[in-house]
Design a protein around this ligand. Sequence first.
Ligand code: NAI
Length: 245
Amino acid sequence: MPRVDGKVCIVTGAASGIGAATRALLRDEGATVIGFDRNAAGQSDELLWTVDVSDQEAVSSAVARVAERYGRIDVLVNNAGIPGPKKPSHEVTLEEFEHVFGVNVRGTWLCTKYVVPHMLEAGRGSIVNMSSMYGLVGNSLIPTYHATKGAIRLLTKADAATYATRGVRVNSVHPGSIDTGSKTSVRADTSEAAQEYNRRTLASIPLGHRGEPIDIAYGVLYLASDESRYMTGSELVIDGGYTAI
Ligand code: NAI
């Protein structure tokens, strides 16, 4: 039996990387998956919608459209995220700070805000928030990113505590360094500071290599499915052992 058979899922940031792998896996396991992405235009997939998760109006109307069209929302995967400015805190501008918090934190919260009423009405649901190993530990180069991922980790726990008695589970996933080919990632940055950071990160992974998007998608699949029915407020770390040492 498919692991998420018949479930209606929303995956944000679904046009590429971890979100695309998650969307494909959930679909292969029997779900109807609607992808939201800022850059969906040009991809001929009627289940991939152009939605900027930091835009309240866009999120509220897209979520309403999913509920109206499919009659339910069982799973929300808050995956959309950006690395933000690669500079120390004292050099980050207010605009840069607000931009990275706008996508990573406000986006996660906005999607949660509009999806939760549908889940509460149904008395069931699973929300999976994409944090990072850098929501657990610090490193140099992208401090505001760490701050957003730490905020997502604790929004997860607070929401888990709030909605648990009403059937809605909320968990976070903490990927390590994953090869997505993203042009906005620190890996694509050719500056000496970014290259040094990348070398240090790679050298600190006990399993000795970066992960692939599918490694994270399998974790999301578990949390989305009823297999994880006794799990809420948890943090699923998938990082090749990075945070173990
Ligand atoms: P990616 O850059 O390959 O994909 C992110 C997707 O999100 C893109 O399709 C982009 O268009 C979309 N997006 C960006 N801003 C958006 C917005 N405002 N509204 C809607 N969609 C938006 O990134 P990747 O690597 O797949 O990352 C996915 C998530 O996993 C992010 O939250 C990231 O922080 C997290 N993560 C990634 C790691 C990695 O090594 N790749 C490690 C730890 C966490």
